[in-house]
Design a protein around this ligand. Structure first.
Ligand code: ZN
Ligand code: FE
Length: 259
């Protein structure tokens, strides 16, 4: 059985820690900071065997160097297309990461948009999606176009609906605040807000989400829904013909409200 637990870092990052009862090996995803990872590993008597990186931003990569000083034999996996020092195994879509100690394999998907070379890891019913997809939101378009990002999100949306979605930031409540402008009458969205409020009040993460839930509440995965199209057209003040255009308008709308 794969155990997946969050290590909190900075103000709202999650570094996901993967371990298994059968092994003392552990794997972390996107360690922006080394110290909280080292503390968690030492508390649980675990040895770091691999680091998985989704994209080059420093809040996802800043801990790599120091982790390698502590755990020199750990293998670092990450995207081919980004300049990240210390990557041993560059990955692109179609590649597979075999973590033998944990008994799990991950398939790599290219999801450009937030950054040009962003990848995600899918396996064991889990998706580690970095800053591509958030619960009820998605990453900003720093290095990609709306066409690229909406294609990336469509690729994610085609995965099994029971896939657990492990995002890299706790942005859910903020995202819901925006999503309610797009779909004020979506009852699933209001239910997700109650759930997320209760989780945060208990001091728990709102993650993982599930892909099925995201498809019901995340406006960036719902650009095909008439209400989302209509709201996006109202914001853009023109007709929007393609899903990418609708996506682009919703993204621009959110960027204009929050920064
Ligand atoms: Zn990022
Ligand atoms: Fe980030």
């Amino acid at each position: 059985m794969l155990n997946i637990s969050p290590i909190t870092a900075f103000s709202d990052n999650y570094i996901w820690l993967l371990s298994s009862k059968k092994s003392t090996s552990a794997v972390v995803v996107d360690p922006g900071d080394a110290l909280p990872v080292i503390v968690a590993l030492e508390q649980q008597d675990l040895e770091l065997s691999a680091i998985l990186i989704t994209h080059h931003h420093v809040d996802h990569t800043g801990g790599i160097r120091r982790l390698l000083m502590h755990y020199p034999s750990a293998t670092v996996y990450g995207p081919t297309g980004e300049h990240i020092p210390a990557i041993d195994q560059p990955l692109k879509e179609g590649d597979r990461v075999c973590l033998e100690d944990l008994g799990v394999n991950f398939d790599v998907l290219d999801v450009p948009g937030h950054t040009a070379g962003h990848i995600t890891y899918f396996g064991a019913g889990a998706l580690f999606c970095g800053d591509a997809l958030f619960s009820v939101g998605c990453g900003r378009l720093f290095e990609g176009t709306p066409e690229q990002m909406s294609a990336s999100l469509a690729k994610i949306a085609a995965l099994p609906q029971d896939t657990k979605v492990y995002c890299a930031h706790e942005y859910t409540l903020d995202n819901i605040g925006f999503a309610k402008w797009v779909e004020p009458d979506n009852p699933e969205l209001l239910a997700r807000e109650d759930e997320a409020n209760a989780q945060r009040q208990r001091g728990e993460p709102t993650l993982p989400s599930s892909l099925g839930q995201e498809l019901r509440v995340n406006p960036f995965l719902r650009t095909h829904i008439p209400q989302v199209k209509q709201a996006a057209e109202q914001f853009a003040d023109r007709e929007l013909d393609s899903v990418a255009e609708i996506f682009g308008a919703v993204r621009e709308w959110k960027d204009s409200r929050y920064d």
